[in-house]
Ligand binder design. Sequence first.
Ligand SMILES: *[C@@H]1O[C@H](CO)[C@@H](O)[C@H](O)[C@H]1NC(C)=O
Ligand SMILES: *[C@@H]1O[C@H](CO)[C@@H](O)[C@H](O)[C@H]1NC(C)=O
Ligand SMILES: *[C@@H]1O[C@H](CO)[C@@H](O)[C@H](O)[C@H]1NC(C)=O
Ligand SMILES: *[C@@H]1O[C@H](CO)[C@@H](O)[C@H](O)[C@H]1NC(C)=O
Ligand SMILES: *[C@@H]1O[C@H](CO)[C@@H](O)[C@H](O)[C@H]1NC(C)=O
Ligand SMILES: *[C@@H]1O[C@H](CO)[C@@H](O)[C@H](O)[C@H]1NC(C)=O
Ligand SMILES: *[C@@H]1O[C@H](CO)[C@@H](O)[C@H](O)[C@H]1NC(C)=O
Ligand SMILES: *[C@@H]1O[C@H](CO)[C@@H](O)[C@H](O)[C@H]1NC(C)=O
Length: 363
Amino acid sequence: MALVSLLIALSTVAPIPGTSKSNGSNIDLAALLAFKAQLSDPDNILAGNWTAGTPFCQWVGVSCHRQRVTALELPNIPLKGELSPHLGNISFLSVLNLTNTGLTGLVPNGIGRLGRLELLDLGRNALSGGIPATIGNLTRLKLLDLQFNQLSGPIPVELKGLRSLGSMNLRRNYLTGTEGDINYLLSTISNSRKLYNLGIHFNYFTGRLQHNMVGNLSSQLQVFIADGNKLTGELPAMISNLTGLKVLVLSGNQLHGTITESIMTMGNNQYLDFEKNSMSGYIPANIGVLKNVQKLYLASNKFSGSISMAIVNLTKLENQRLYDNQLESTVPPSLFHIDSLIRVDLSQNFLNGALPVDVGNMK
Ligand SMILES: *[C@@H]1O[C@H](CO)[C@@H](O)[C@H](O)[C@H]1NC(C)=O
Ligand SMILES: *[C@@H]1O[C@H](CO)[C@@H](O)[C@H](O)[C@H]1NC(C)=O
Ligand SMILES: *[C@@H]1O[C@H](CO)[C@@H](O)[C@H](O)[C@H]1NC(C)=O
Ligand SMILES: *[C@@H]1O[C@H](CO)[C@@H](O)[C@H](O)[C@H]1NC(C)=O
Ligand SMILES: *[C@@H]1O[C@H](CO)[C@@H](O)[C@H](O)[C@H]1NC(C)=O
Ligand SMILES: *[C@@H]1O[C@H](CO)[C@@H](O)[C@H](O)[C@H]1NC(C)=O
Ligand SMILES: *[C@@H]1O[C@H](CO)[C@@H](O)[C@H](O)[C@H]1NC(C)=O
Ligand SMILES: *[C@@H]1O[C@H](CO)[C@@H](O)[C@H](O)[C@H]1NC(C)=O
């Protein structure tokens, strides 16, 4: 009896460390338990490891600093279930990696409360609904990976707040801009001045890439991949002021018009892909300026004229695809003197003459 009243006295007067409601560690613990409770965990990975007997900082996938959770990383572990809104309470979290874990349901709005979050990888799941506008509050976020989900709707304009963002991968979802238009996305991310990687391939973006929107993109941009959307119109000349672009992939859209001469300022480009559009006109005579290009994919368009001799200057070219166009005249022998060239496909054109004997030079 005395012991019981002593315990009661202790717990009311001096909270036992680790059980006080105001202790941040306990908020983290509650959030981790709520997270676990929403998952079916079919391989019992969490069931066998996230146990009451072990401090949560030693749980698999959990990293801490001073008893606060700073990273939750369980990539490629079958968790299966929905994300708990309690995740938003893990206020010191800087890394959340739950890629390929069988997540379903919505991305909780509460994620936007994780003000210290730097890496958010929820790719390769079956998440649905929209991208929460609250994500725009994550001013320290450097990487956002939501690829291969079932996210839909427009990109929230609030993402303008992502001023630290370097990499955004939204590949293979059902996302659009406001009214579908890609230019709303480009405007939104024009605030992300450190953006070096933008992947929006296989979504529902429409519209013509506008001159000023492309011009406002980060000058750090190295990779822009937007194949498999519904982009229309001509390439804006402004694309040439993205001088750092190493990868530009716009295949499988509905682009028209010519390759602007100004694209030839892209001396850093290694991978240029305009395949499967309706582009036309000559392949620019100054194409040799693309001296770092390794993959040049222009197949399945309406390019005409002859293949420029300037191609000989593409000394790093490995793979060239020009098939299914309206190219004519003869194949320049110099093409086969490019040491790096591994594959070239010129089929389905109006080329004539015999293949040059130089073809024997290819590796
Ligand atoms: C919070 O609880 C943990 C154990 O759960 C303990 O290690 C830590 O010292 C406590 N912090 C405070 C400020 O009471
Ligand atoms: C949980 O997993 C971690 C990391 O694999 C391991 O160090 C720890 O011993 C495991 N704990 C239990 C209780 O199985
Ligand atoms: C998440 O984990 C996977 C698997 O280890 C890794 O490939 C991926 O790069 C990680 N994501 C981030 C943002 O670090
Ligand atoms: C944690 O998050 C949930 C859901 O967002 C909320 O209901 C709860 O009050 C929060 N706070 C604590 C201390 O768990
Ligand atoms: C986070 O974003 C939402 C929606 O954009 C906003 O209403 C809310 O006030 C923001 N919260 C914080 C803590 O900044
Ligand atoms: C592009 O930048 C100009 C000049 O800074 C600015 O006036 C314009 O509003 C920007 N456009 C967008 C869509 O951000
Ligand atoms: C493109 O050009 C405009 C105007 O000349 C400039 O303000 C902008 O910073 C440039 N963008 C890049 C990515 O170089
Ligand atoms: C290849 O490049 C050199 C130097 O840039 C230039 O002088 C030459 O005309 C180019 N060759 C062709 C065939 O365009």
